[in-house]
Design a protein around this ligand. Structure first.
Ligand code: UD1
Length: 456
């Protein structure tokens, strides 16, 4: 039996976060970066642990603010959790609460995904409408309609989604569900719900992201019957009960992609592992298109060799296997310094171009027209004080700072903490000059105050 404990990760509220990141750019990077477990897999799989009436052991769980938030939600529902390094033990024998707390759900959109497994296991779930990154409206209509197709009654009152299955034996029923859009979250919610439903569920136009396949593998390791995850049609045969599991989460393709861009934008050579190269096909293809070399060193390791100068390319974000929206901002930073004009089209989320204004403060030449950003390459960026607006925008500013002349100071690091484990240390290890100051501060000059070897 796992004891109930408080998790050690702190999760500073956005308002309280006064820390800043200072970066002195133009260093050449060299070496190897170890890639952590995938944030988006970990969050979905933690929600999936609600399906399991026994112990779950998750390995390769990254230490991130989002993981801490999801842990807090599971604790609030009455689960027992214990995290040691990258191992997270979850005991979901007793779910004592059917209502997820608003303060926590509002901080993390992925926490809405608990609605599927809770409903499947308890026949009732009350989950506030979610929050998360400020990158668009991000509705949950596809989740709700899918659950209704499986026999759930769903009402939304006072900002809370109240779903329940009526009858003396409250069990969801298998259904044929066509998603109007291949939403990652809706596919995950419905796939989890279907594992314990009565009969067969078919999800068509399902999301094909590797994290969906990872969640399916996790559910299968608990005894669920799922076929087709990773394709656009997923078929789930509902079971009465799932069992305990010991599961290893896949590497984070977005973290890996971010470090590959770090190698390119600094004209450096970096290797990243462990990774699954197939998960990065679109990213690798664009890196090669702009002139960077990407070499497969081994089945789970890639090396990037940045070119002296890169050339412009157009990018359109799409559901997997298309180019990931979660890499759009980082590539925009890279293309600001490439020769020629690039057009970046964001099709997945509205309002996900807010980093443009901050990149322009650093000397980039980017114009926005609707969901297009026209990036005219400039010879140089210059360090500036900038504010991170969301998770991947923060990563883009870090990358721009690594390439810029002089000092860049990034505020609002709570976004970065949501999705990058040990980012500062990982960059320092490969020679970047940067430091995090807890509480706003000003460092005079890199030569006196910043020796990469002794910055914590
Ligand atoms: C997940 C990822 C996020 C990534 C995104 C797209 C997690 C925790 N987060 O987010 O990092 O950027 O996939 O790859 O896995 N939509 C609806 N109705 C719905 C659900 C979604 O209209 O019911 C829309 C959204 O507003 C958005 C688009 O579909 O415009 C894609 O959203 P979705 O795939 O659901 O993203 P998330 O699961 O929220």
């Amino acid at each position: 039996m796992i004891p109930t404990i408080g998790l050690t990760e702190s999760h500073a509220s956005p308002e309280a976060d006064k820390s800043v990141l200072e970066i002195w750019g133009r260093s050449t990077l060299k070496g190897h970066v170890r890639i952590s477990g995938a944030k988006n897999s970990a969050l979905a799989i933690m929600a999936g642990a609600l399906l399991c009436p026994e112990d779950c052991r998750l390995r390769n769980v990254p230490s991130l603010a989002d993981v801490a938030s999801m842990s807090q939600i599971l604790l609030a529902l009455g689960l027992k959790l214990e995290k040691n390094g990258d191992i997270l033990d979850i005991d979901a024998r007793n779910i004592r609460q059917s209502q997820a707390p608003y303060e926590l759900v509002s901080q993390l959109r992925a926490s809405f995904f608990v609605i599927g497994p809770m409903l499947a296991r308890l026949g009732v779930a009350k989950v506030p409408l979610p929050g998360g990154c400020a990158i668009g409206a991000r509705p949950v209509d596809l989740h709700v309609r899918g659950l209704q197709a499986m026999g759930a009654d769903v009402q939304i009152e006072h900002g809370i989604v109240h779903a329940y299955v009526s009858g003396s034996n409250p069990r969801l029923k298998g259904a044929n569900i066509y998603l109007d859009y291949p939403s990652v979250g809706a596919t995950e919610t419905l796939m989890m719900a279907a594992t314990l439903a009565d009969g067969e569920t078919i999800i068509e136009n399902a999301a094909q992201e590797p994290e969906v396949a990872d969640l399916a593998n996790f559910c299968q390791a608990m005894g669920a019957r799922i076929r087709g995850a990773g394709t656009n049609t997923i078929i789930i045969d509902g079971m009465k009960r799932l069992h305990s599991v010991d599961y290893n989460i896949i590497p984070d393709r977005i973290e890996a992609g971010t470090f590959l861009v770090a190698g390119a934008i600094t004209h450096s050579e970096l290797s990243v592992s462990p990774i699954v190269p197939d998960h990065l096909t679109a990213v690798i293809s664009k890196l090669r298109a702009i002139g960077a070399k990407v070499i497969t060193e081994s089945p789970n390791c890639l090396r990037i060799i940045g070119a002296e100068s890169h050339i412009a390319t157009d990018i359109e974000t799409l559901p997997y296997p298309g180019f990931p929206t979660d890499m759009q901002a980082q590539f925009m930073a890279l293309l600001t310094l490439s020769d020629g004009d690039s057009v970046i089209t964001e099709t997945v989320f509205e309002n996900r171009l807010r980093h443009v204004a901050e990149l322009n403060r650093m000397g980039a030449d980017i114009r926005v027209k609707g969901n297009h950003a026209i990036v005219r390459g400039v010879p140089m960026l210059s360090g500036a004080p900038v504010v991170a607006t969301d998770l991947r925008a923060s990563a883009a500013l870090v990358l721009a700072g690594l390439a810029a002349e002089g000092k860049t100071t990034i505020k609002a690091l709570q976004h970065l903490d949501r999705g990058y484990e040990n980012l500062v240390a990982k960059l320092q290890n490969v020679g970047a000059r940067l430091q995090r100051l807890e509480g706003e501060g000003e460092t005079e000059s890199p030569s006196t105050s910043l020796n990469p070897a002794n910055v914590a």
